[in-house]
Structures are given as C-alpha cells and as structure tokens.
Design a protein around this ligand. Structure first.
Ligand code: 1GP
Length: 253
C-alpha cells in the first residue's frame, strides 16, 4: 500500500513561506449563491485550500456535488474535513484523517477511523494524519464528538495533548475552538506548542476567527494554517480580508 502525499507536501512547502489560510465550507450551511463563484473568489484572494465538511447534515452525494462544482474552477486542494464516516467523497484531493483525541467516546478516537480507512483506500484519497483537539467552546464538533473540551484558561492541557500526538507520530495538530466560538483558542496554546514541538508540527487553528487581527495574532503565535468558516457565511468580504492579511505574512529567518 502506498499512500499519497502530494497535498501534504504542498502544504508543508507553502507553509515555509507564510501562514496558510483554509476556507471551510459546510455543505449543510451553504445558502449563498453560486458555489463556483465563491470558490473562485476565495482562490483569487489567496486561500490555500478549501476544507469541506461539517458535524451534521452531511451526505456523500452533497459532498460529491459541491466538490465536482468547485473543481471545475479552482486548482487549490479540496480537503475533506469529516465529522463522521459520511464525510468522505471520492472527488476530494485529500482528507484530514483525524482522531478526536479528547473525545470521551472511543468511536471518535479510533472507531470511525477504522470504518473509514478501507473506504479512503478504495477511493484512492490522500489521508492527512491529524490530531484533532477541542478547546473551550467546542460547538457542534464538541457536542457531536462527545469531547471533554480543554478549558480556554488551561492551555497547558492542550499542549500536553499536542505533545502526546507528536509522540504518537502525528504531524498535523488541529486546535479547534468550535465553529462559531465566541473566542478563538488562546495564542499562548499555539505559541507554547510551537516552542516545544518546533517546526516538526503543522499547527492548524480554527473556531471563532472572524477578524484579520485575530488571524494575524494566531499566525504570529506560530500557526501554520488558519481556518475560517462562519465568517464566510456571515460576511464574505470580511473573510476575503482575512485571507489577504494572511497572504502577506512572511516567515522570519
Ligand atoms: C470549525 O474551525 C472551524 O470547525 C471554523 O470555525 O466557523 O468559527 O470559523 P468558525
């Protein structure tokens, strides 16, 4: 078995230059206009990948439809962001193959992965091994995933999860405050994780990021990629501002 690595390699190499932006599209929440037009605007503003997925209301046929449409117009990778095994589409470029480390239910730590792995292999999708750690608010992902969220004011517990993930060989670490969270994850969580794990970790941060200032603060703390979802649905122009702000981040040294 030889698993693909093309998307991961592309993300690592782009992340050496700047902090990336991932636009999250929830198939259950798209109410706005033309999906092709949206994807084209996101790509031309500078987003680096489109994540597709959500915690509720996702079906494979909805995913297929959205992804086929977007692929007609954009070249950036389209990466699945599954909440369960119904979040797999053969048309995507890759899938965040996540383990929800702080779930209280082993199904979300390894059960869904066991069910999904043969399907991913059959579809020839690239799995991106990702530790998913839910912090604070949690939102639908926290509720559905039966997480015991790490308190916002206890970032050291989040760091310990990231450290355990690294020791288990996971390179991608996703700190999730939950979609629509009143606040993003604390920058100190990102900063401390970066200090301990160094450049070996690809840190993704999402949940509650709705302004360029917050996105830049987390970028400065050491995030490799910033995910925004809700702001795309609520204020599309604002989401383009976030993307453009991140486009101008450059790595020191
Ligand atoms: C949710 O991290 C993502 O899984 C994005 O969160 O919808 O708050 O941008 P928002």
């Amino acid at each position: 078995m030889k698993l693909k690595k093309r998307v991961q390699n592309q993300l690592w190499s782009k992340a050496r230059e700047k902090t990336l932006h991932f636009a999250l599209i929830d198939p259950d929440k798209i109410t706005w206009g033309n999906i092709q037009d949206i994807a084209r605007k996101l790509e031309s503003a500078g987003t680096d990948a489109i994540l597709v997925g959500g915690s509720t209301g996702v079906t494979e046929s909805k995913l297929d439809k959205i992804i086929i449409e977007m692929k007609k117009t954009v070249n950036i990778p389209i990466i699945l962001f599954p909440g369960n095994i119904n979040g797999i589409s053969r048309h995507a470029d890759a899938i965040l193959f996540m383990s929800l480390l702080n779930s209280e239910n082993p199904y979300f730590i390894i059960g869904a992965q066991m069910l999904g792995a043969p399907i991913i292999l059959e579809y020839g999708l690239e799995p991106i091994p990702t530790a998913y750690i839910i912090i604070g608010y949690g939102g639908a992902a926290g509720y559905v995933g039966q997480a015991r969220p790490v308190p916002f004011e206890k970032p050291e517990i989040g760091v310990a999860y990231a450290l355990a993930a690294a020791m288990l060989g996971m390179k991608f670490i996703y700190f999730e405050a939950g979609s629509g969270s009143p606040q993003p994850v604390p920058p100190t969580l990102v900063n401390t994780t970066r200090k301990i794990l160094g450049e070996e970790a690809f840190i993704i941060v999402g949940g509650g990021i709705r302004t360029p200032e917050k996105a830049l603060e987390l970028a400065r703390a050491g995030a490799n990629a910033i995910v925004t979802g809700t702001i795309l649905e609520r204020d599309f122009e604002k989401s383009l501002e976030i993307i453009k702000a991140l486009k101008n981040t450059t790595k020191e040294g």
